[in-house]
Design a protein around this ligand. Structure first.
Ligand SMILES: *Cc1c(COP(=O)(O)O)cnc(C)c1O
Length: 376
C-alpha cells in the first residue's frame, strides 16, 4: 500500500507531470516571471469557470482578504463579523487593519456561520460580514445576503476552502462559492483544492468599480505607472504559479468528484457509528470536501489521533482553539463559553486524510483502523 498523507501532492503531480513541467518550462523560457501571459490567461479562465466578471490574482488568500477590506474603504472602528470557528487569517486581517473583529458562533451541523448569530451581533458600527465556506461547503448565503441587504453591509466571502462549490439559492439561481457577495477571496496554497506550488490567491467580484480599486491596491495603489492614487500593497501571483494553476483548473471538477468519492466511502463506513458524526450535507450547497471532518462523541479524540498515527494514518484537528480563545485575540469582550457550538466542535472534530489520489486500499485501511478504535 502507498503511504497515506493528509494531502498527497506528489501523486497528484505525477499524474499530470508532463503538462505541469511544460507549463513551468515555458515561463522560464519566456523569463516573464512577473505578470507574464500565464497570469492573464489563468485569470480569464478562472473568470469563465466561476462565472464572475473579475478575478484579481494576488499573492495569497490572507492578502486577498486584507485587500478586499481595504478596497471597501473599511476604517478603524468599523466592525466586521466573522465566525469564531475558522482559520485565523479571516479574523487576523480585520484586526491588522484596525477594524474590530466581531466573532460569532457557527451551526453544529454545517460548521458554518450561524445567520441568527450574525443578526444578534449587528450594531450601528457593523460594516461587513465575512462568511467562511468551511471545509468545502457554502454557508447559508441566502440568509447572509438578506441580512446584509437589510442592514446595508458588505459581504466578503472567504472561499479559500470551497473553490468550485456551488450554492443553489432559494430563488433558483446557482452560483459558484465566492461570487455571491460583494467580493470573494480564495487561496491557492498547495494543499487547497486548487493549489499551486507555492503561495497564491485571488479576489473575485462582479462590481466593475470595485475591480478597478482592487487591481490598484494589489499593485501599490497604482493604475498609471508611478502615480499612486490609493495606499496599496505589493501582492502578486507570479507567472509560474499561474501557469501551474491554469493546468490544474482543468482538473478541478474532476478533483472535487474524487474527493466526494472518498467522502462517500468514509460516510458509508462511519454512518452506523453512534460515536462518530459524519459531515452533514447542506441541501443548498455542493460539497468539495477540502476536509472530511468527523465530530466525535464519547471517545477520546487525542487517543484516536495517536492510535491512527501509530498505524501511519495522519489525522488533523481543524481547529483546536476557536479564535475568540486565541491568546492574541483574547479581550474583555470574550470569555470561554461565549460560543458553545464553536467550543464544542473545537473539542470534538477530527479530519481524516482527504485528497484526490486516495485509493480503495488506503480508504479501507483508514476506515477499518478508525472503526477498530471506535468499537474497541
Ligand atoms: C488557507 C486559508 C486562508 C489563507 O490563505 P493563505 O493563502 O494561506 O494566506 C484564509 N481563510 C481560510 C478559511 C483558509 O483556509
Amino acid at each position: 500500500m502507498r503511504s497515506i498523507s493528509m494531502v498527497d501532492l506528489k501523486s497528484q503531480y505525477e499524474n499530470i507531470k508532463p503538462e505541469i513541467d511544460t507549463a513551468i518550462q515555458q515561463v522560464i523560457n519566456s523569463t516573464a516571471f512577473i505578470n507574464g501571459p500565464s497570469v492573464k490567461e489563468f485569470q480569464a479562465e478562472l473568470e469563465k469557470y466561476l462565472g464572475v466578471r473579475h478575478v484579481i490574482p494576488c499573492a495569497n488568500g490572507t492578502d486577498a482578504l486584507q485587500i478586499s477590506m481595504m478596497a471597501l474603504g473599511l476604517k478603524p472602528g468599523d466592525e466586521v463579523i466573522a465566525p469564531s470557528f475558522t482559520f485565523i487569517a479571516t479574523a487576523e486581517v480585520i484586526a491588522l487593519l484596525g477594524l474590530t473583529p466581531v466573532l460569532v458562533d457557527v451551526d453544529f451541523d454545517t460548521f458554518n456561520v450561524d445567520p441568527e448569530a450574525i443578526k444578534r451581533a449587528i450594531t450601528s458600527k457593523t460594516r461587513a460580514i465575512v462568511p467562511v465556506h468551511l471545509f468545502g461547503q457554502c454557508a447559508d448565503m441566502d440568509a447572509i445576503m438578506q441580512i446584509a441587504a437589510e442592514n446595508n453591509l458588505f459581504v466578503i466571502e472567504d472561499t479559500a476552502q470551497a473553490i468550485g462549490a456551488e450554492f443553489h439559492s432559494i430563488n433558483g439561481e446557482v452560483k459558484k462559492a465566492g461570487t455571491i457577495g460583494n467580493i470573494g477571496c480564495t487561496s491557492f496554497f498547495p494543499s487547497k483544492n486548487l493549489g499551486c506550488y507555492g503561495d497564491g490567491g485571488a479576489i473575485f467580484t462582479d462590481d466593475d468599480n470595485l475591480a478597478v480599486k482592487l487591481r490598484s491596491i494589489v499593485n501599490h495603489g497604482m493604475t498609471v505607472r508611478y502615480y499612486h492614487d490609493d495606499i496599496g500593497v505589493n501582492s502578486r501571483l507570479d507567472s509560474i504559479q499561474a501557469a501551474i494553476l491554469k493546468v490544474k483548473l482543468k482538473y478541478l471538477d474532476k478533483y472535487a468528484a474524487a474527493r466526494n468519492k472518498v467522502a462517500d466511502a468514509y460516510d458509508k463506513a462511519f454512518s452506523g457509528s453512534s460515536k462518530l458524526k459524519i459531515p452533514s450535507r447542506y441541501s443548498r450547497s455542493t460539497h468539495v470536501f477540502h476536509q472530511y471532518t468527523l465530530v466525535t462523541n464519547g471517545i477520546d479524540r487525542s487517543e484516536l489521533q495517536k492510535f491512527l498515527a501509530a498505524k501511519n494514518i495522519p489525522a488533523m484537528i481543524y481547529y483546536p482553539v476557536p479564535i475568540h480563545l486565541q491568546k492574541a485575540y483574547l479581550d474583555s469582550r470574550y470569555m470561554p463559553g461565549d460560543f458553545p457550538v464553536t467550543e464544542a466542535l473545537s473539542h470534538a472534530v477530527i479530519s481524516l486524510p482527504m485528497h484526490t489520489e486516495l485509493d480503495e486500499e488506503q480508504i479501507n485501511y483508514i476506515t477499518s483502523s478508525v472503526l477498530e478504535f471506535v468499537n474497541a
